[in-house]
Ligand binder design. Structure first.
Ligand code: FCB
Length: 409
């Protein structure tokens, strides 16, 4: 299965998960396994080494975070020049390695002065973010052409305000969830226009947000309560977010849609059938549910999601995240191949997909699960201050895909 000549094959990371030495709402957060993001993968200091690894992997793209709290530690102040210089150096090294960056502006974290205002529940965060993006675009327009405004607003708002798993750890606040989505969608529209207006000497500026696409379904079709809860979650996390970000006049702001696809969550007696909610993988397997450490795998869903989303919004798509977490590398390989097969089928049917970013380059700080969930193409030794990296078998497999621009054969 060949892919188009200009196809981007990349990996993805985020600042809080890999950099370490960060000052945002995750700094004091202790994950379920007792770990924190204090050092994470130490990529703040080891980014040059990470780029060497990317070179070895043969990728031609990298989706990376630039951390707002580093660049603007004071309310609407000037960008911190030494932090900016570090990111500029990172971008220059990527360029030298022939790796195209896609910069994510918001990935689950804010500067403290934004959190003190109530974060994204407060409409005043919108102009603050637009101001930041305007300054950043002016500073980086010569080096960045692909921009990703928000990563998974649905995950951020639901984990922070509905299920209490991300800071600020609120539960059942549908009002806050909706306010966050509304404000982020407005900020997205304004920032898209700012970035496109700023332009880039590198070519046409592309900008979009990344939607986590999870299918929510009842385990037994005949169960009305499970069907109801699945439909409710789908309406809030999928339909509402798509409508806010891409509905009406907003449709013309983005130039692409980012899709993060992992799989599906099915409900049984109102409980999500996933390993993170108290079921073992073996128990789920007996029910016909194949999972990685996080969610049910559902490669066929990638094909249908791409078709549905493309039909709905008509924008080119980047798969801005896909990956699996497991110690079982042959399982991860099968899973990747099945998902790439689904991607290829969708493209054959006319869906305009421009790139695929594997989540993640490194085992990292997986939010509420800490170091216990391992999505990396490379492992990281978290017992070693130097955070030594090692290529995993899946890294070799992915390398072949990237270099051949093809799957199988
Ligand atoms: C996505 C997040 C990313 C990582 C992966 C596993 O929802 O965007 O930061 O946590 O899941």
């Amino acid at each position: 299965m060949k892919f188009p000549a200009a196809f981007l094959w990349g990996t993805a990371t985020s600042s809080t998960q890999i950099e370490g030495h960060i000052n945002n709402e995750w700094t004091d957060f202790v994950a379920r396994d007792g770990t924190t993001c204090a050092i994470a993968c130490n990529s703040y200091h080891q980014y040059a080494e990470d780029i060497q690894w990317m070179r070895q992997l043969g990728v031609n793209a990298y989706r990376m975070g630039i951390e707002w709290s580093r660049l603007q530690p004071e309310a609407q102040g000037p960008l911190n020049q030494s932090e900016l210089a570090r990111y500029v150096d990172q971008l220059d090294r990527l360029e030298a390695a022939g790796i195209v960056p896609m910069v994510v502006l918001h990935h689950f974290s804010n500067p403290s002065w934004i959190n003190a205002l109530g974060g994204w529940t407060n409409a005043r965060t919108i102009p603050a973010f637009v101001d930041y993006a305007t300054r950043l675009a002016a500073a980086l327009r010569g080096r960045v052409r692909l921009w990703n405004t928000f990563n998974e607003p649905d995950t951020y708002a639901s984990c922070g305000y509905l299920i209490g798993q991300f800071p600020p750890l609120k539960k059942g606040r549908l009002d806050c969830f909706r306010a966050v989505i509304r404000h982020m969608a407005e900020a997205h529209e304004r920032v898209c226009r700012v970035l496109r207006q700023a332009g880039s000497p590198l070519g046409k500026v592309e900008v979009g947000f990344s939607k986590n696409w999870t299918y929510f379904q009842p385990y037994r079709k005949a169960s009305p309560w499970d069907a109801l809860i699945a439909a409710f979650i789908h309406a809030q996390l999928n339909s509402l977010v798509m409508k806010q970000f891409l509905g009406g006049a907003r449709k013309t702001a983005s130039t692409f849609l980012g899709v993060n696809y992992y799989g599906r969550i099915r409900f049984n007696h109102l409980r999500p059938l996933v390993p993170t909610c108290g079921f073992s993988r073996a128990e789920l397997a007996r029910m016909g549910i194949e999972c990685d450490d996080m969610v049910e795998r559902y490669p066929a869903g990638l094909e249908s999601a791409l078709r549905e989303l493309y039909q709905q919004c008509g924008l080119p798509i980047y798969i801005t995240e896909h990956g699996s977490s497991s110690d079982d590398e042959p399982f991860r390989e099968r899973d990747l191949m099945d998902n790439l097969g689904a991607l290829h089928r969708a493209m054959e049917q006319g869906v305009d997909v421009r790139g695929f970013y594997y989540w993640s380059l490194l085992d990292n700080f997986e939010w509420q699960f800490g170091h216990s969930k391992k999505f990396g193409l490379l492992s990281v030794d978290f017992h070693d201050q130097r955070r030594a990296r090692r290529l995993k078998p899946l890294g070799q497999i992915y390398r072949k895909v990237c270099l051949e621009n093809a799957v199988g054969g």
